[in-house]
Design a protein around this ligand. Sequence first.
Ligand code: F6P
Length: 355
Amino acid sequence: MKEFKKIGVLTSGGDAPGMNAAVRSVVLSALAKGVEVVGIYKGYTGLISGEVKEFSAADVRHIIDDSGTHLYSDRCLDFKTPEGMAKALNTCKELGIDGIVAIGGDGTFRGATDLSIHGIPTIGIPGTIDNDITSTDYTIGFDTALNTTMKLMDNLRDTCESHARCDVIEVMGRNAGWIALEAGIASGAVAIAIGEVDFDADAAIERIKNLKEKGHRSFIVAISETFGAEFSEAFAKRVQDETGVETKFARLAHTVRGGSPTLRDRLTASKMGKYAVDLLLDGKSDLVVCEKGGELCTTEIKFALIVDRMFKNTLKEGDLDKFTPEEVELMRNICAKKQAAFDDLMNTAIILAQN
Ligand code: F6P
């Protein structure tokens, strides 16, 4: 089995609260096993340019509660080119990097699988506020983003109540409605629009009218950014025109991507970081760390990427050809379970908004 003397850790894609806690865990877990660690800056960009630093325990001291990513992040297009990959492999060779832990979302995992294929064992850790990695129940940063979104929605609710207003609030989640759905429920939203479940705009307007008649003064509508600002602003205008409730539009945008990570994110990051190092040193590669039913487990990155496309309806021709019928069936089951989770929660949201 390959002997690991030094590993690298990087963060890539959109930053997420808890990424620093994951880096800390990777560094401390590796050092505890006598393996050196280099921090790779700006994601795969730093791997190409050789922007790295040897990390000691002191370098990750007191970063567990920091938001953002001290390693910085980038969405690196060069890494997808043969020249970019050649430079990255050269950096690994020159610096003696035997394996890498890559923290991020699906773009990060595509890079991780490419590295694995080229002989650098790589393990992915899911870090994105969107919670949109289909193969795992949880991604680092989601809980913090949810809590921040909920608090901001609560603040908007306070002033809506004073002035008898509605606030239509657009929240992050490029291809996933988890933040809008869960924070919306937690803030008592009257309507929630996400890409995964059909949105009945007429029914939402009717609910607001009914509740107004019952004496409600404030209304929160949560809309995932998947719909685009035009849709959200147009819906806000419709609410105002058809219900007579003065309606404002707010876009929370990146405000929910910062902030000190919650306990859930620090703990998950700490567990996943150690788990990833154990996997690497155990000779594993090309895997993404997942959480299912509260337990840590792994999924092959190539499987994780395709089940993701299946759920998001973005499968390309031939995507399923590399998998056995049993694996494809498993993917369909995972997607059905995810969809059922969305449907159930949306049903709860609508029931709770009746009275
Ligand atoms: O992937 C996380 C995310 O915050 C999405 O919710 C959002 O659409 C996107 O990143 C924004 O990306 P950027 O920070 O590059 O504008």
